[in-house]
Design a protein around this ligand. Structure first.
Ligand code: ZN
Length: 328
């Protein structure tokens, strides 16, 4: 006999922004709210599993959950993978996600899918909704926090039925030169390479700046079409005034953040939980601590000029306050 009771509404908090902007820290903090669950880069679960399949990548940090276990052995993700595996082939999930969510290349497919509601697009949306619900049910949460950051995935989330999902977007923006400096020092042509980047510094600066501009602009565009459920926060504000910023986030997201604010005020670490692909919290806990930003010491002159030329206008635009109304 069919169950007439509608399933409880799931709140889906999607974190947008550029790489190295503090999204993992924000994900961890929001996931500490009552009833919430951090997932890290949920859209990359299939990556984490495929990394585990390839022997030479077996020690890759992507193959591990932030709890320290390999993803397929983690107490949370092993159950999710088992549930997903019964629903759909996880490699096929990855292929579909890439078609609609990957930056740049997915844009035409995403637009066509949205305009014509192609069968593949509808199936992808159904899977996204089903997967968010299954993660919430298995994790015992009513709110799921996903920090995959890719705007294409946000577009897909924005189209989930509002009767079943309460989707809200938090766009975290970190000072551009700090992101560029961090990316230059960590950038590798392939994610498994080690050692210093072989790229010339100015080329790496231009690439990192273009990434910062593209990811943030794509996030802002998504926000422009979802004004009532979008909030932009500066990562520096989260570090300089964590209590005030968390209070603002709690109000916007309609989340109970009292416990998290208490932890932050007393300097207690935040348990890292079960985050996927966020590489700064593996097996550890997080403290919101303001470290001196590399840009405060200044990027080298050449890199600064490249950044200013390519992205000075956006840095200026984001430095201005942008008041936002909360959701209706
Ligand atoms: Zn785990």
């Amino acid at each position: 006999m069919p169950d007439a009771t509608p399933p409880p509404k799931i709140k889906l908090v999607y974190i947008l922004g550029s790489s190295r902007s503090g999204s993992t820290a924000l994900d961890t903090v929001l996931g500490g709210s009552t009833g919430a669950l951090s997932t890290g880069e949920l859209g990359h679960l299939h990556w984490a599993l495929q990394e585990g399949d390839i022997p030479e990548y077996a020690t890759s940090s992507i193959a591990y959950c932030s709890c320290g276990a390999r993803v397929e052995q983690c107490p949370l993700w092993s159950k999710v993978v088992s549930a997903w595996g019964q629903q759909q082939d996880l490699r096929a999930v990855g292929r579909e996600a890439d078609r609609f969510e990957t930056p740049l290349t997915s844009l035409p497919t995403l637009l066509l899918g949205r305009l014509f509601r192609t069968r593949a697009f509808r199936e992808h949306l159904e899977f996204l909704g089903w997967s968010a619900r299954s993660v919430a049910e298995i994790g015992g949460a009513t709110t799921v926090v996903d920090s995959t950051k890719v705007a294409g995935r946000g577009w897909c989330y924005s189209l989930l039925p509002s009767s079943e999902f309460d989707v809200r977007f938090v766009h975290v923006v970190r000072d551009g030169p700090s992101v560029v400096s961090s990316m230059i020092s960590h950038y590798k042509p392939h994610k498994h390479d080690s050692g210093p980047s072989p790229w010339p510094r100015l080329a790496a600066t231009a690439f990192s700046t273009a990434h910062w501009v593209y990811m943030n602009l794509a996030s802002s565009c998504l926000g422009a079409f979802n004004r009532r459920r979008y909030l932009r926060v500066r990562f520096e504000d989260l570090l300089d005034d964590p209590d005030g910023t968390l209070e603002k986030l709690g109000r916007f997201l309609d989340l109970d953040v009292r416990e998290v604010r208490g932890r932050v005020r007393s300097g207690e670490p935040m348990p890292a939980g079960h985050l996927l692909c966020g590489n700064r919290t593996k097996g550890s806990a997080l403290r919101l601590v303001r470290a001196p930003a590399p840009s405060e010491a200044g990027l080298p002159l050449g890199s600064s000029l490249v950044f200013l030329w390519l992205a000075g206008w956006l840095q200026w635009a984001y430095a201005r306050p942008w008041p936002r109304a909360g959701p209706a």
